[in-house]
Structures are given as structure tokens and as C-alpha cells.
Design a protein around this ligand. Structure first.
Ligand code: ZN
Length: 341
């Protein structure tokens, strides 16, 4: 099979011919039909997520199961499947209570700690495959598996969005953010979208944002948010960018009992006044990917057409390097899509 291999972390992809994978006990092989590309992968390729190279990257995947190993009962040859990103144990208390991204025996990520799907075939633990519902195509399933399930978990469980909420979304025009706009609208919120370019803000508006703020065109983001909410502030603020200064703005934009949630984390510190937390009962927290159940729910709502995959550009998977260049240059609107033959 053809595989796009990172020989050493930090290096570009090289196209290699590799033997087709054979499933071991408990594993299954999927013919990849579609894949997503986002900024997280650009970060991963620098090596900061750990894992060993050479590595075939790619975790947002949709395809067909073509072989199953001994003891596999949850999928069969011919099943259309999406891939779950996390390699978790399945038996610790966090896995068992529906918070598997907090697994105590976390084994890493598909495409970082074991080979992913920027290749004709991928071989994974059978538990990492979830069925694609009727009405959702392979590309939709691939995008669901990171760019939509992540905001789905965030908006419902962490930001706890209600229909009467004003919600601030920072980085709303990015690959995950643009689906965050749709999910927040689906939960009924009034969305204030923040990003760095008019093109990204136009996209956010197109997908349902009620108000937009170009952060490069204002001096004080928090003051703009207060202006748009009659001085109240927002019930929830979600930061897809995650720089200390943007997350600080999220915290300062909250109204009483507001929730500030960071998804796209960058290193640094924010300031919090404990007295203010007592007086306001505000919550400052993070949101980590999604559970398998949430990915299944995400695919169901996408199959109904309630959230749509926003794919800005598609190339053949052997040309994935060009999408990485677009992402690094902030040239990509929405998710990148990979095509397979
Ligand atoms: Zn676990």
C-alpha cells in the first residue's frame, strides 16, 4: 500500500510503499475512503505529542472494514466506520464512567503512537472503529471524528450551553471552531464569533454566527463583548485558539455563573481572582476531545443534516503536504479533506 510517512518528527511527509497490514487478535483493518486534516496534526508532526517515528499520521478517518482479527465481534468486513482518536484502556474508572479521554492508562493517539490513515489501509484495535450511520458519507464521518465531536462534547458537557445563553467563540473560523459555531447554534445559543480575518468571520456568519468581532480590529476584546451583551457578558466563552491572552479575555468576558472553556491549548498562564470566583460562581475549565458515545451522537446529528462538514479544500492523500502548508499559512477555511482512490 501507499503510505505518507513522517520519517522523523518535524520532517515533511514522504510517500512510501509498505506491505498491506494484517489484523492481529482484537484488531481490524479499514480501507480508508476519506480523511480530515487540521491544525492539531501540524502541531503533532513537530513531535510534541510524543510517539515514535517513522509514523503514518492521520486520525480523522472514514472507510470500510476489509479484515478482522481473532476475537473481534463489534465490526465485520464491509462495515462503514469512523475512527476514534484516543488509544485508551477501556477498563479504568474513567473509561467505565464515560470519560475515556481521562483514561489512567492512556496509550496515546491514533496517528501518533500507532500508525494512522494517511495510507490506503489502517490497522487499529477493533474498539477504535464506530459504525457510520446511514445518510452520512465517509468525509462527513472523518470530519465528525475530531472537528465536530470535540465541540459537541464541549458545548454540552463543559460549556453547558442553553438556548438563552450568549456564547463567545474565539477562533470560530478555524477547522474545529466553524463546527463549534454550528453546534452552539444547534443548542440554541446566540453566538458571538471572534477571529483574525474577515474571510474567517464571513465563514462564521455563513454558518450561523449572530455577531462577529475581528480581534485585529479592536483594542479591547472584552469591552466589545460587553457592548454586544448590553454590559452583561457571556454565559459561556470557548477558546479554540487557547493563547493565554485569548483565554484571559474569555474569563473576563463572563457574566455571573459563566463558564470559560479552553479547547485549543497553548502554554502560558492566566490570572484568576479567587474572590471573584466565589462571588460569581464562574467556572474555568478545559474540554478534552469526546467520548465514543459522543462521536456516535455527533455522526447521528450530521446524518440528519443538523451539522454539516465544512471542508475548504480537498487533495489526494499523497498530496497532504500541500494542506499542511495551507494550515501553517492560515490559508485554509474550514477543514482540509483528503481523497482516496
Ligand atoms: Zn482507561
Amino acid at each position: 500500500m501507499r503510505a505518507m510517512v513522517v520519517k522523523n518528527w518535524g520532517e515533511p511527509f514522504t510517500l512510501e510503499e509498505r506491505p498491506d497490514p494484517e489484523p492481529g487478535p482484537g484488531e481490524a483493518v479499514m480501507k480508508v475512503r476519506a480523511a480530515g486534516v487540521g491544525l492539531t496534526l501540524v502541531t503533532m508532526r513537530t513531535g510534541v505529542f510524543g510517539g515514535e517515528a517513522p509514523r503514518v499520521m492521520g486520525h480523522e478517518l472514514g472507510g470500510d472494514i476489509v479484515a478482522v482479527g481473532e476475537g473481534v465481534t463489534n465490526v465485520a468486513v464491509g462495515d462503514r466506520c469512523a475512527v476514534y482518536f484516543y488509544l485508551n484502556c477501556g477498563y479504568c474508572r474513567w473509561c467505565r464512567n464515560g470519560r475515556e479521554t481521562l483514561c489512567e492508562n492512556h496509550c496515546g493517539y491514533v496517528g501518533v503512537h500507532r500508525d494512522g490513515g494517511y495510507a490506503d489501509y489502517v490497522c487499529l484495535p477493533a474498539d477504535n472503529y464506530l459504525p457510520i450511520p446511514e445518510g452520512l458519507d465517509y468525509e462527513g464521518a472523518a470530519v465528525a471524528a475530531d472537528a465536530v465531536n470535540t465541540p459537541w462534547h464541549c458545548m454540552r458537557e463543559r460549556a453547558q450551553i442553553n438556548p438563552h445563553d450568549d456564547v463567545l467563540l474565539i477562533g470560530a473560523g478555524g477547522g474545529v471552531g466553524i463546527h463549534g459555531v454550528q453546534v452552539a447554534k444547534l443548542f440554541g445559543a446566540r453566538v458571538i464569533a471572534v477571529d483574525v480575518s474577515e474571510a474567517k468571520l464571513d465563514l462564521a456568519r455563513q454558518w450561523g454566527a449572530d455577531e462577529v468581532i475581528n480581534v485585529r480590529a479592536v483594542n479591547d476584546l472584552t469591552a466589545e463583548v460587553k457592548k454586544l451583551t448590553d454590559g452583561k457578558g457571556v454565559e459561556a466563552a470557548v477558546d479554540f485558539y487557547g493563547a493565554p491572552e485569548t483565554f484571559q479575555a474569555c474569563i473576563e468576558s463572563l457574566t455571573r455563573a459563566g463558564r470559560a472553556v479552553v479547547i485549543g491549548a497553548q502554554p502560558g498562564d492566566v490570572k484568576v481572582n479567587p474572590i471573584n470566583l466565589v462571588i460569581t460562581e464562574q467556572v474555568i475549565t478545559g474540554s478534552r476531545h469526546s467520548t465514543r458515545a459522543e462521536l456516535m451522537e455527533t455522526m447521528e446529528v450530521m446524518a440528519r443534516g443538523d451539522v454539516k462538514a465544512v471542508v475548504g479544500k480537498r487533495v489526494h492523500f499523497t498530496k497532504v503536504e500541500s494542506l499542511f502548508n495551507d494550515l501553517k499559512g492560515q490559508q485554509l477555511l474550514g477543514r482540509g479533506g483528503l481523497l482516496y482512490d
